[in-house]
Every structure is written in C-alpha cells, then in structure tokens.
Design a binder for this molecule. Sequence first.
Ligand SMILES: C[S@@+](CC[C@H](N)C(=O)[O-])C[C@H]1O[C@@H](n2cnc3c(N)ncnc32)[C@H](O)[C@@H]1O
Length: 296
Amino acid sequence: MDNNYFESSREKWQRLADLWNKVSPPGRPSSDDIKNYKAEIDKALSGVRAPIIVLMGSTPELRDLLSQYCREKDSKLFCVDMTEDMYNAMTLLLKNNPQNETLVLSNWLEITKHIKPESVDLVVGDFIVGNVGGKIDNLYTEIVTILKKDGYHVTRTDVIDESTLRINDISPLFEKYAEEAKNGKLTIGQASNLFTQQLVFSSWFLNDKKVMSLSYYKDQLETLAKKWANSSDQIKKEMAEYNMDTWGKMTDKVWHNLMKADQEKLIKKYFEIIETRYSNDYNVIQESPIYLLKKK
Ligand SMILES: C[S@@+](CC[C@H](N)C(=O)[O-])C[C@H]1O[C@@H](n2cnc3c(N)ncnc32)[C@H](O)[C@@H]1O
C-alpha cells in the first residue's frame, strides 16, 4: 500500500466514522457473526492463560466480545487502527467498558514496527482483506510474524463467491428491499444497508480490476434518489434518502477482493484452515465466511 493509497483510504474512514451509527450488517458484524466469532475465539484461546489479542481495526461488536476475555482470562487487547477518529467514534458505540485495551495507531501493513514478532496469541479482524490495496500477501505476512507459534487468526473475510449476484439494473433489488421494509420485516436502515452492501459485492463484476466500489452504481443510485425524492411512497423516499446519506457518500471507496477459491489458496500459504462458519442473518452470507486459521 503506497502512501497515497494509505492517506486517501484513511480520509475515507474518517468520513465513515461519522456515518457508522447508520451502518448495520453486513457492513458491521451481525449477531450470528458475533456468535460464530465467539465459538472460534473460544477454540483459539482454550488453555491459553492471559492471552495477548490484536484486533485489526476498532469494530465495536468485537471489542465488546473481546472485553469479556480481558475480564475473565486477563487478556490484553491491542486495537490496530490507522484512523484515530474511527477508533474514538467506535468507542462511543461500545456496550461494555473497554478493559486492558490499547490503541496502536498504525497501518496494518506496518504492524511489525509496533508489535514484537511471535508475541500474540490471537489476531481478530472483520472484513479486513479488502482494505490493504490488494496487498493481502503483505497483510498475512505481518499477521503471521506477530503471531506466536500455534497462534490463531479469526476473521470474517470479504470474498466474491460463484453465487454472488451479478447486477446491472439496481431497481428490482431496490423494490425487493423496499417491499421488506413496507411489510415490517426490515427497518428502512436495515433494508438500505442490505441493498447497498449487496451492490458493493456485485460491483466486482463490473470491472476487471478485482475491486468492489459503489462508483459503478453511482449514477443509478442518484437517479433512484431523484425518482423517489418527491414521491408519496414514504418508504421508497426514505430508503432512497438513507442510501444517499450513508454508503451513497462513499462511492469513491474501493475494496480490493478475490474470489473465494483464490482467497483460500492465499490463506493456505500462511495458515491451516481449521474451521469455516457461515452466518444466517443477512444477504451476502457466502461472501462472508468466518475462518478459524492456525499459523503454519
Ligand atoms: C475492520 S475494518 C472494516 C469494518 C468492519 N466490518 C467493522 O465493523 O469495523 C474498519 C476499520 O479498519 C481501519 N482500517 C482500514 N484499513 C486499515 C489499514 N490498512 N490499516 C489500519 N487500519 C485500517 C479503519 O480505520 C476502520 O476503523
């Protein structure tokens, strides 16, 4: 990740810090995800006394979960985040008081400048691989360097699956989620997040750069917002507004991602895949496996 990419990515996460309380799964881990994370983390830490844990980023749901281990197992938690604004904004979303938690302000590709080799029992990270400008090899090298022998990495990994929807016209998908909001199955916020995040994954097929970005749907999202802005259909009006007030403000963000088979091939260079879990409470499930990985 060169400095330009790093700086522009940090600027985008600064912008996202203000929006994050309007973001819901799959952009944030769901309650099923947290159950799956807990099951894998319990396995990774079984028999380990006073584990040292590194969280890549500041994910509030994971900090809440990991604070239990800090209380019960006397763990130490290091959150590695390049964006202080994001860490501070996420702190406001915590349900539990952070325990034994320290922020390490660093790019994930430079963790070894801050954390000693072979000093960490567990590295956790939610949807991280897309955020290193395609340098996933370097990311895994950093992670395995800080992990102790037999250390673990537990991570929800954003991948493209054979079954990922290929979407050209976004209107039918918008109608589908608006209908679910109308019949009370989803809130407008949930419907909007499921809709826009599906588009993020589908956008991968609209270019040959192996990136996901809402820029590929920007014009269509704007057209949708204009179409429903003065409508008497309150749900569609509010959902189209919600789209523009959240991920619609992030159409310049790019994630670099791989097909699942390629991702797993890369993982196996550095780790043994011990277990894979899929959650069941959002749309892009096949794109969001949670892996229990053991350092090779
Ligand atoms: C873990 S990621 C993905 C979002 C995740 N699903 C969540 O719910 O938190 C988001 C966090 O990682 C940080 N981040 C993104 N790319 C990074 C990088 N290359 N190095 C360090 N921190 C990074 C951002 O500042 C942000 O706080």
